[in-house]
Design a protein around this ligand. Sequence first.
Ligand SMILES: N[C@@H](CCC(=O)N[C@@H](CS)C(=O)NCC(=O)O)C(=O)O
Length: 208
Amino acid sequence: MLTLYWSPQTRAARVVWMLEELGEPYQLRHVDIRNPNASRSDEFLQASPMGKVPALVDGEAKLSESAAICLYLADRYSNAKLAPAPDDSSRAPYLYWMFFVPSVMEPAFAEKFGQTTPNRQAHGWGDFDSMINVLRCGVAKGRWLLGERFTAADVLVGSTAYFLRTLDAMPADTAIDAYVDRCLERPAYQRAIQNDSDEVNRRDLGSS
Ligand SMILES: N[C@@H](CCC(=O)N[C@@H](CS)C(=O)NCC(=O)O)C(=O)O
């Protein structure tokens, strides 16, 4: 059984969506990240040396970083067809979007809302407005980032865009709004969002 180290209302929600899309059985292990003095299990820290959620344990495989986890799961559980095969040319845009979230979306967002000075040429993520423009073009091409095919890249990009929307940090944009709405229509995403709020209310899971 897959184990996801998780905390409510965090980036772990992305991986819950991914797991729901896969349809593989999994269990959540709560990590009390809001209490720095709470103990952390050895297994959690082996999977997540930074002590952050999400972290995944799948037998001998242990890893953290939400993008790495989604890449791992899509390849490891390939029956769900959430990743193009290495010899498929659409693997190239797939990888681009998988890396776009941690390499561009996240730092551009942190820069803008941390009110630090943008430097489009020097910073690897460009700046927030450039990031939004690239995202707008990417989601305007088809139903999903790779056209008709939904992949793990949509889990990462869609959940991050939705997160920005919930913070009122996403500029109004017809194409991005419609894309996020399409993501929200997916039953797996609805289950993941529901689970997150159920667990917020219950808080009865085992701790790390
Ligand atoms: N780059 C990481 C970021 C993970 C992250 O920052 N997680 C936050 C919650 S959203 C966390 O665990 N914070 C607690 C801490 O740093 O102690 C990823 O994408 O998984």
